[in-house]
Design a protein around this ligand. Structure first.
Ligand SMILES: *[C@@H]1O[C@H](CO)[C@@H](O)[C@H](O)[C@H]1NC(C)=O
Ligand SMILES: *[C@@H]1O[C@H](CO)[C@@H](O)[C@H](O)[C@H]1NC(C)=O
Ligand SMILES: *[C@@H]1O[C@H](CO)[C@@H](O)[C@H](O)[C@H]1NC(C)=O
Ligand SMILES: *[C@@H]1O[C@H](CO)[C@@H](O)[C@H](O)[C@H]1NC(C)=O
Length: 541
């Protein structure tokens, strides 16, 4: 049975791998958690590592501003053009067309004029104008594309992008942005292109995006794709290599993972070395768009991530649960939870949660073992080291040489009784369900420890009687010794002293026994020899 099981699994594997080769391109993104496989043996589920699609995370974001009243328009105020301090406009929170609330950072862009959030102006100069914009999802997400922030007002002179991995309890810098990194943060200016596979996790300060309103671009990046490219190649054509690295390097995986992002605006675009105190209405922050593309982190246990009550939740498979599929479902804790793996490429390893021991139907180990082991080949749990002479997947059977005690429950220590078959009288040490042993010829009794009539205990077994006082009587005055031999008078011989002794009477012993007595055992002896020959002949042809 084990052999045929093994063979069918082997056949299954062959089928699966050919299916995979066929669909490698489609499956390379880990977009199915399981597939049904058809084999001669029936249908099977093949479980694979899986992850949700990357989506526009700004659809699900929540935002908070610090200080909370930093948005312009309450009370209404005037702000002026960066390039031309005399071209001014009004921000008024009470009038739709003149209001610049935070939502406008996340609305659909591409329309003209673009809509944007705007802060109050830098009236408090020389006090710094500090604003924190915190984006939070209450869900762990994995960034898959650059974070792109579009500033309507010119890019800030100083800014820090921070991230949190623990729902905002602790924060780490992600990247520093400054017109002068050394001066502002005491850091050598760098760009992502200065990094390498070995230094990809370095937190850098870049001057690339802080040229204020003078530069043509309003856009600021946090470069995810350039970092991916160190592993996946310039056009990200070798994602397998990246996935392989992510799989084995937790730090790398965590680097691209966030629950929250914080944009710390430290100094608005000034466009000049010195701030002009006469025209502080020129200095403020305004953001028209923030792009965050990523996927729900589901630990490779889900392809679905749905919004429920304004919150993203992985639709966990593989009998995992939790917002990130980060634990095993109740009754599926048969082995410790583990994230799926991208390896081996392309279908990965699902690492599904296994049923808990206590939930395998009504069977456990019936108190005869406290250890279970999962056997992949059989897709089943097996009790290990069954005690009390039990055996079987759930210690529900008796060991060979023992039989089931009908009076005891399955969890009774005395559930299995020793057969106690006679070593000499029984064919083997096994007995039937009532404790009856299988006896050799001549032996009898439940344990085969007695001899049948006509047999006697001799030579540690039941030997057929050679002589007795009823049926096989010693002749010609012979006497029966222990039922095994006749002691014959001098003139007689033979088993029952039925022949005349040759020495005494040369004529009388001429041909009386020979043929008949020898030819019979001859046939009996040959039969067992012929039978195996015939059988093996059959097997060969
Ligand atoms: C912004 O966040 C930082 C920590 O990330 C904190 O130190 C600071 O007080 C916050 N508020 C403002 C207005 O900067
Ligand atoms: C965050 O999500 C958890 C469940 O994952 C929920 O219990 C909690 O209330 C959520 N917090 C917020 C602020 O939405
Ligand atoms: C998870 O458990 C359900 C029963 O609750 C079962 O039908 C399903 O096949 C299991 N899935 C996996 C991946 O083991
Ligand atoms: C089996 O036989 C041994 C000795 O031969 C005896 O001690 C033992 O009690 C027997 N067990 C049973 C179940 O009869």
């Amino acid at each position: 049975m084990y052999l045929s099981r093994f063979l069918s699994l082997h056949a299954l594997w062959v089928t699966v791998s050919s299916v995979i080769q066929h669909y490698t391109s489609a499956w390379g993104h880990y977009d199915v958690c399981k597939t049904q496989i058809y084999t001669d043996e029936g249908k099977f589920w093949d479980y694979t590592a899986c992850q949700p699609e990357a989506i526009d995370m700004m659809k699900y974001v929540k935002v908070s501003l610090d200080p909370p009243d930093i948005t312009c328009g309450n009370p209404p105020e005037t702000f002026c053009g960066m390039g031309n301090p005399y071209m001014c406009n009004e921000c008024d929170a009470a009038i739709d067309e003149l209001a610049h609330p935070p939502e406008l950072m996340f609305d659909a862009e591409g329309r003209y004029p673009s809509t944007y959030w705007q802060s109050t102006t830098w009236k408090g100069y020389p006090q710094p104008l500090l604003v924190n914009i915190t984006l939070y999802w209450n869900k762990t997400i994995e960034l898959t594309d650059n974070i792109v922030i579009t500033f309507e007002s010119g890019r800030p002179d100083l800014m820090i992008l921070e991230k949190s991995l623990d729902y905002g309890r602790t924060w780490q810098p992600y990247q520093y942005y400054a017109t002068d990194c050394l001066n502002a943060f005491n850091m050598e200016p760098k760009t992502v292109r200065d990094l390498s596979q070995q230094t990809v996790l370095e937190i850098i300060c870049t001057e690339e995006y802080s040229m204020g309103y003078m530069a043509n671009s309003k856009i600021l990046h946090f470069e995810i794709k350039d970092r991916f490219a160190f592993f996946a190649g310039p056009r990200l054509h070798n994602m397998a290599s990246l996935y392989g690295q992510l799989d084995t390097t937790k730090n790398l995986r965590d680097f691209f993972t966030v629950t929250d992002l914080r944009i710390r605006l430290l100094r608005p675009a000034t466009g000049e070395i010195y701030v002009d105190p006469q025209h502080l209405t020129r200095y403020f922050y305004a953001i028209s768009d923030i792009k965050v593309i990523g996927r729900c982190k589901c630990n490779l246990h889900a392809t679905g991530c749905r919004e429920e009550n304004k919150k993203l939740l992985c639709e966990c498979e593989h009998n995992t649960t939790g917002p990130d599929c980060g634990k095993c479902k109740k009754n599926y804790q048969g082995r410790p939870w583990s994230a799926g793996s991208y390896l081996p490429i392309p279908k990965g390893t699902a690492n599904i949660c296994m049923p808990s021991i206590s939930s395998i139907g009504n069977c456990e180990c019936f108190g005869h073992s406290n250890r279970c082991s999962y056997i992949d080949l059989l897709s089943a749990f097996i009790c290990v080291s069954c005690k009390h002479n039990t055996r079987g997947q759930h210690c529900e059977l008796c060991r060979l040489g023992y039989y089931r005690n009908a009076a005891a429950k399955l969890d009774d220590e005395n559930v299995c009784i020793e057969c106690n078959c006679s070593r000499f009288g029984s064919v083997h040490d096994r007995c039937n369900e009532r404790g009856i042993c299988e006896c050799k010829q001549g032996a009898t009794g439940p344990k085969c420890d007695k001899c049948l009539r006509g047999y006697n205990w001799h030579n540690q077994g039941c030997q057929s009687n050679v002589c007795d006082n009823e049926l096989q009587i010693c002749q010609n005055g012979g006497t029966c010794h222990n039922n095994v031999r006749c002691q014959c008078p001098a003139a007689y011989t033979g088993v029952l002293c039925e022949k005349r002794s040759c020495e005494m009477d040369p004529d009388g012993c001429s041909q009386s026994s020979a043929q008949g007595a020898i030819s019979l055992p001859c046939v009996i002896l040959l039969l067992p020899l012929i039978a195996p020959l015939g059988l093996s002949g059959f097997l060969i042809f």
